[in-house]
Design a protein around this ligand. Structure first.
Ligand code: ATP
Ligand code: MG
Length: 549
């Protein structure tokens, strides 16, 4: 794996780019710890002065409040800084992932399950963000805080420091135990809730089957079970939630009481460990309550780090996928030499993985010619189109467009060269105009209108409330109209070659007729390669595509 293809390199780059922010976070972390240690000591001094009958200076009281305020301020700065840093990391990681995704070959991507890919972008990146907002830095800060409190307490009251050292492992174990059980219960609950939520549309979708098979009681019982599972998990969460705080408060009180009792013991040896002034007593009570919070946070931070590590591993795996070697784009010749075919497959063999689809395929199409690829379903007709579009490279032989290997054609030349109409229209987010231009600013409004007119769809579009600016939704057009829109999309860039894949399948005779007429208008003066099973829809020379086996 190249070093730049790792989460750690994205983080490091972000640190380097956001130097002030990173340095600010480090200062805020150190400052918040340091300043939170002083107020209890000052409070102790104030109380000692008061119990000795001395007056307390305003400066001392002011310092106490100022340090408290400063520690609070630095803690908020740390949280704010970490949130901002987490967002920068998320941004950088998502951009890197998208950059990687669009560079990967269609072949590699077709092996990745879409849901798994989306969860790299969403869940895994969020887990890495948590590493910063509530993981590694906070854990470091909390560990430092615990150690510094222990150190300060050690100088104030050795006995209490020893008790805390003995107590902390138990406290940590208890906190982790509660958190792990709560998390497991929350996950169970989430699963049960999503099963219950999914059950309603599922029942609705299959209502006829349920009625036909008499499964009403069964479906009701299943829903009941899901809800029951959810409540059981919720009760477990509530139980742990309810016991944690009282246990911590009782523990806090017990430690304070024990230390106070020991500090007034008459035994001289006990007093060497626990003896202290009233002021020190107030200070150590303060420290005892301060030490419980970071221990509680440590548990959650470990959790965040564990899930972030798994996220980092999955993102690294994705980033390390090998990309196709960058090819130097080749420009198409200004004009085709006489007699040279515009499209040519020379003895092409191709397969997906070890599944051979095409073998010894040869075909030649002259400029302006109209041909139809015919063959059994699964023979590899659509695959031929993918090779022509340069989405895949042949395993042997060559695929030449105007004499240039299809995969080497520069991206900007491709749209001017090919118009590709698929069997199913793939809608892009945006308006009707965006469906036709595919966001290409080079396609003028006039070209959009001409393309829509050629496709026979301009009247329909103009009758829409916002015309070409109408936002597209799946219900906006009928299936036949979507097909006409895909013809407009193919024609908009005025391409030299049209590739039409089964565009009249699934249409009724009348709509098919409208689509074929639109095609005839669009096909004039162009090379057209179509795929069609139906002899009625086949035009020009028919080229058979035989399956490899
Ligand atoms: P139809 O007439 O049904 O559309 P076709 O001739 O267009 O069929 P292709 O879509 O080219 O057939 O598919 C040829 C073979 O390649 C099929 O066995 C198909 O399962 C396989 N295939 C197609 N695309 C992929 C892919 N991305 N990954 C793996 N195998 C694929
Ligand atoms: Mg096909």
């Amino acid at each position: 794996m190249k070093n730049k293809d790792r989460v750690s390199s994205v983080i490091w780059q972000t640190v380097r780019r956001k130097k002030v922010l990173s340095l600010g976070i480090v200062c805020a972390v150190a400052g918040a710890i340091a300043f939170s240690l002083f107020p209890p000591l000052i409070l102790g001094k104030i109380i000692d002065s008061l119990t000795a009958g001395q007056s307390v200076s305003i400066g001392m009281a002011g310092l106490y409040f100022a340090l408290l305020a400063l520690a609070g301020l630095l803690e908020s700065l740390r949280e704010g800084g970490l949130t901002l840093f987490g967002q920068k990391i998320t941004h950088a990681l998502r951009s890197r992932l998208m950059g990687k995704m669009v560079r990967l070959s269609a072949d590699t991507l077709s092996h990745i399950e879409p849901g798994a890919l989306v969860s790299r972008f969403v869940g895994d990146v969020d887990a890495v963000e948590n590493l910063f907002t509530s993981g590694i830095v906070s854990m470091f800060a909390d560990a430092c805080k615990i150690i510094s409190i222990l150190a300060v307490v050690w100088f104030q009251n050795r006995g209490l420091a020893l008790i805390l050292v003995l107590l902390l492992p138990f406290l940590f174990w208890f906190t982790r135990h509660v958190q792990k059980n709560m998390l497991a219960a929350q996950l169970d609950n989430r699963r049960a809730v999503s099963r219950a939520a999914g059950h309603v549309p599922e029942s609705l979708h299959n209502i006829r089957t349920i009625h036909t098979l008499g499964k009403e009681a069964y479906m009701e019982q299943r829903y009941d079970d899901y809800i029951e599972d959810s409540y059981r998990a919720m009760e477990k969460t509530n139980f742990y939630d309810a016991i944690y705080s009282p246990v911590i408060l009782i523990l806090n009180a017990v430690v304070v009481a024990a230390v106070m009792l020991l500090s007034v013991s008459g035994n001289a040896r006990v007093l060497t460990l626990f003896g202290m002034s009233a002021g020190t007593a107030v200070a150590v009570i303060n420290y005892i309550s301060q030490i419980f919070t970071p221990v509680e946070s440590l548990g959650m931070e470990i959790q965040a780090i564990q899930s972030a590590v798994a996220g980092v591993r999955r993102i690294n795996e994705f980033l390390s996928q090998s990309e196709p070697a960058p090819r130097k784009p080749v420009s198409l010749p200004a004009s085709l030499p006489a007699g040279q075919p515009q499209v040519e497959l020379r003895n092409v063999a191709f397969g997906y993985d070890d599944h051979t689809v095409l073998q010894s395929i040869c075909l030649q199409v002259q400029a302006g010619e109209q041909v139809t690829l015919a063959g059994r379903t699964g023979a590899g007709k659509s695959t031929v189109f993918k090779l022509l579009l340069g989405l895949y490279a042949p395993q042997s032989g060559s695929v030449l467009i105007e004499g240039v290997p299809a995969a080497d054609i520069a991206d900007q030349d491709r749209r001017a060269l090919f118009g590709y109409v698929e069997q199913r229209f793939h809608q892009v987010p945006g308006t009707v105009r965006d469906q036709i231009t595919l966001y290409d600013p080079a396609i003028s409004d006039q070209a959009v209108r001409t393309a829509a007119k050629l496709a026979g769809l301009s009247d329909t579009i103009e009758s829409l409330p916002q015309g070409y600016d109408t936002p597209c939704t799946p219900e906006l057009f009928s299936q036949g109209q979507w097909q006409l829109l895909s013809i407009a999309r193919a024609a908009a860039a005025n391409p030299r070659i049209l590739l039409l894949d089964e565009i009249t399948a699934n249409l009724d005779a009348e709509t098919e007729n409208a689509v074929l007429q639109a095609l005839r208008r669009v096909s004039a003066d162009r090379t057209v390669i179509s795929i069609s099973h139906r002899t009625g829809a086949q035009t020009g020379r028919v080229i058979p595509i035989e399956p490899a086996h």
